[in-house]
Design a protein around this ligand. Structure first.
Ligand code: KG4
Ligand code: ZN
Length: 339
């Protein structure tokens, strides 16, 4: 008999609902919130209000597109954290209510674990190579930058982490300084295609072990621009593609250096990417190149599963469902949530 899981994601500024039948994705609806663009970043109060407006139509559409009704569901998986408290509350409350109304199981999901398990999403009739355990996952998003050793679906350890900014956060902040719209990561990616990655160089962190740091790069970029603008107020517009390409190269170099170190130290050659920044074309190219050089098997999630989505929440919920790992009605969201 098939298992139907509804996934609900509302940790930041995307309201999303998805339905899976076993590990096959049937629908994945995402309502992005444009209300934040003019503020250059996510405004938590506006995000939670928009989630409230979006959640019912988004869930309704996901069920319809999957060709089922709420009464067919076996489980409802929701993002418990980490994320913005007001945003998490909307998804959590909705999931609890629907679970009560339908009598199906309630399943809490860690958003970061879900980004990693996005690598296991499959669609009916489509071939997909999935990672084999154990594998290393470079999880890079707007809020997190981590190296994770994954032993099984729900058994994973963080072996390296950023000590300050996340990679996506650094890209977004540097983009803002250059006057680019939010979120800056994808704009930098597109603009960098026309630029020279070796045009400028910025300071690299010297952090021992497998940890990361991006605040030094951000400051170095900021000071470089400030100095150049003093001599030439048109510097940014004149060199925008080169600035984007050079900044992106610096971020990719920092990310891949520690990934290489982690692969050497653990002896693991099965490598996956996850999180919003894993959509970055230069990062994907660099990791694919390292894979060819070092004999790794590289897994890149589909673009639409890199940024926040409920499909990844549903697949994680499915594995928790199989293990009988259920939540109760007294559960509350967590802004910070360890694995
Ligand atoms: O995973 P995600 O959707 O949300 C968090 O959980 O943080 O990641 C969002 C981050 C943003 O910082 C955004 O700029 C970045 O992912 N991002 C990219 C690209 N697409 C999204 N960064 C670089 N290149 C991209 N193509
Ligand atoms: Zn995310």
């Amino acid at each position: 008999m098939s298992t139907y899981i509804l996934g609900i994601e509302s940790s930041c500024d995307d309201t999303s609902a998805a339905v899976i039948r076993d590990h096959f994705l049937l629908s994945n609806i995402i309502a992005s919130q444009n209300v934040h663009i003019k503020y250059g970043g996510v405004v938590p109060e506006l995000a939670s209000r928009a989630h409230q407006q979006n959640i019912i139509p988004v869930v309704d559409t996901a069920l319809k597109e999957a060709g089922i009704t709420a009464s067919d569901l076996d489980g409802i998986a929701f993002t418990r954290g980490p994320g913005l408290m007001g945003s998490l509350l909307v998804g959590t409350s909705f999931a609890k209510g629907l679970s009560l109304a339908t009598g199906c199981k309630l399943i809490e999901v860690n958003h970061l674990q879900a980004h990693i398990l996005a690598n296991f999403l499959r669609e009916p009739g489509k071939e997909k190579q999935i990672p084999e355990f154990p594998f290393l996952c470079l999880l890079v998003s707007g809020g997190h930058t981590q190296l994770v050793q994954v032993r099984d679906y729900l058994d994973m350890d963080i072996i390296g982490s950023t000590l300050d900014d996340a990679a996506g956060e650094a890209l977004d902040k540097c983009a803002k300084v250059m006057g680019l719209p939010y979120p800056g990561g994808p704009v930098i990616d597109r603009t960098a295609r026309e630029g020279n990655p070796d045009a400028f160089s910025f300071s690299k962190p010297r952090i021992s072990g497998l940890d990361y740091s991006f605040s030094g790069l951000k400051t170095s970029f900021l000071y470089f621009l400030r100095d150049q603008l003093q001599g030439d107020p048109g510097f940014i517009s004149k060199y925008l593609p080169d600035l984007c390409a050079s900044l992106q190269k610096a971020v990719v170099d920092i990310l891949t250096e520690k990934l290489l170190k982690a692969a050497k130290e653990t002896g693991i050659q099965e490598i996956a990417l996850a999180g919003g920044v894993s959509a970055n074309s230069a990062l994907r190219e660099a990791v694919t190149g390292l894979g060819a050089k070092h004999g790794w098997k590289v897994h890149l999630p589909e673009f639409r599963f890199t940024t926040d989505n409920a499909a990844m929440i549903a697949i994680t919920g499915y594995h928790k469902y199989l293990r009988g790992d259920f939540a109760t009605q007294d559960i509350t969201p967590l802004a910070r949530m360890p694995f």
